[in-house]
Design a protein around this ligand. Structure first.
Ligand code: ADP
Length: 284
């Protein structure tokens, strides 16, 4: 992880209805390279609109957006450049998968970027192998299960080696097995230095996973910081209809009751909390 800024938004405004209401309402934020950032906040708070600005589908009417230190240019060349740097995996894979077969689907974007056919083929094979897509690589995309569709939509993006990957509620509509699989893929991405921005309503996952949490409210950031900082801000959580993570709640109650020392490091997950409790019993 470095201190280098990879994405910066300065006072962005975006309206879908000719300036009657604003989906982005003076949004400013800054994200460091290689960070894992959870985008949280009530439905309608502007997370998806910001993501669409980052991939050039929406163009902010006011404000500036910088990717890799350069201001985003929304002309044809600028958009092509943007799409090679920032990839988005939509919440609903059916909005993303257009090609007849899985193999064609994964090849489409990379060929469109102008990568020579032989090189593209190698990249596609590598991502099919990496994401364990081989068993259904020749199937039509419409015949896949929800989890398989998600795998293919992630492959669509990974094959282009973006610097930033945006995941809009990646676990939506997935069963626990496929959620675990997607979480595992996300972990691998971040280990490879990709900056990952994820919209999620899952406070427990965000608390354990993220380096930084951005809390959206009415088109701008209400508060941001480490998960420990943001999830300790009960006022901000109430404002955005979020509950604190279970581990934090339990830890706080156990410290209030004097069962655990408040000076202990705040546990990141239930296993760490269990270990802290076991250590107390051991001391007795
Ligand atoms: P979130 O991703 O946080 O749920 P969105 O960015 O989707 O928030 O929505 C922000 C605001 O923009 C909401 O008021 C929403 O109704 C509005 N909005 C989103 N998409 C559209 C659209 N295609 N047309 C008109 N309004 C939209």
């Amino acid at each position: 992880m470095t201190d280098e800024t990879i994405l910066k938004a300065e006072d962005l405004f975006y309206s879908y209805d000719d300036n009657q209401t604003y989906a982005l309402n003076g949004l400013s934020l800054e994200i460091g390279k290689g960070q894992k950032v959870a985008f949280m906040g009530a439905n309608g708070s502007g997370k998806s609109t910001f993501f669409l600005c980052c991939v050039g589908i929406c163009r902010p009417q006011k404000g500036k957006l910088y990717v890799g230190g350069r201001e985003v240019n929304y002309d044809k060349k600028g958009l092509l450049d943007l799409r090679s740097k920032v990839g988005i995996v939509f919440q609903d894979p059916d909005n993303q998968l257009f090609s007849a077969s899985v193999y064609q689907e994964i090849s489409f974007g990379i060929l469109n970027l102008g990568v020579p056919e032989e090189e593209a083929k190698k990249e596609v094979e590598a991502v099919i192998d990496y994401l364990e897509i081989t068993p259904f690589r020749h199937r039509p995309t419409h015949a896949l299960s929800g989890g398989q569709k998600k795998q293919v939509s992630i492959a669509d993006i990974l094959v282009m080696h973006p610097d930033i990957i945006i995941l809009d509620e990646p676990a939506a509509a997935l069963d626990p097995k496929h959620t675990t699989m997607v979480n595992h893929i996300v972990d691998q991405m971040t280990e490879n230095g990709i900056t990952v921005l994820m919209a999620t309503h899952d406070v427990n996952y965000a608390y354990e996973w993220a380096d930084e949490v951005l809390l959206f409210h009415e088109g701008k950031i209400l508060t941001s910081g480490t998960p420990e900082q943001v999830f300790a801000d009960h006022e901000a959580l109430r404002h955005t209809n979020l509950e604190p993570p279970v581990v934090l709640e339990l830890f706080q109650r156990l410290t209030e009751k004097g069962i655990l020392e408040a000076s202990l490091p705040v546990p990141k997950n239930l296993r760490a909390l269990e270990d802290a409790i076991a250590a107390v019993r051991w001391q007795k």
